[in-house]
Design a protein around this ligand. Structure first.
Ligand code: FES
Length: 152
């Protein structure tokens, strides 16, 4: 068997064969069937593709499979689901913090990473943490309410 690249995804060891230079985003969506991370710009500018890599939010369109080797990746699916949502997901649902929802994955991931390092952020800290995540629907106020609801 061809050697693959091993990484941990949502707590499970996965081995992925094929071009090690392709983006982690494509590997997650196309090889592993995890579609929580979205393709937005493909250039590291929108945040829709965010995942956690060793607990830091990264843009998976800008990380190659080779760079993810041996790392621990958490996707939206690894946080929780409709029946047992992660507290951040629950807060986004409670605040109805999505219009089209395309940015929600990145907003949730950025919030999880923020609260891991700053459990009780100020509104300004929350704004700063999400500033690199684009929302074209203008849902920022509800998103920020969700961040504050999930904090502390
Ligand atoms: Fe990766 Fe936009 S799709 S940052």
């Amino acid at each position: 068997a061809a050697a693959g690249i091993a990484l941990a995804v949502n707590g499970q060891k996965r081995t992925v064969a094929g071009d090690p230079n392709r983006p982690l985003l494509y590997v997650l969506r196309n090889d592993l069937g995890l579609t929580g991370a979205k393709f937005g710009c493909g250039k590291g500018q929108c945040g829709a593709c965010s995942v956690l890599m060793n607990n830091e939010a990264v843009r998976s369109c800008q990380v190659t499979l080779a760079q993810a080797a041996g790392k621990s990746i958490t996707t939206l699916e690894g946080l929780g689901d409709i029946k047992t949502p992660h507290p951040v997901q629950a807060a986004f649902i409670a605040e109805q913090a999505a219009q089209c929802g395309y940015c929600a994955n990145g907003m949730v991931m950025a919030t999880v990473a923020l609260l891991a390092r700053t459990p009780e952020p100020s509104l300004d800290e929350a704004k700063q943490a999400l500033a690199g995540n684009l929302c074209r629907c203008g849902t920022h106020r509800r998103i920020l309410r969700a961040v504050m609801r999930a904090s502390g």
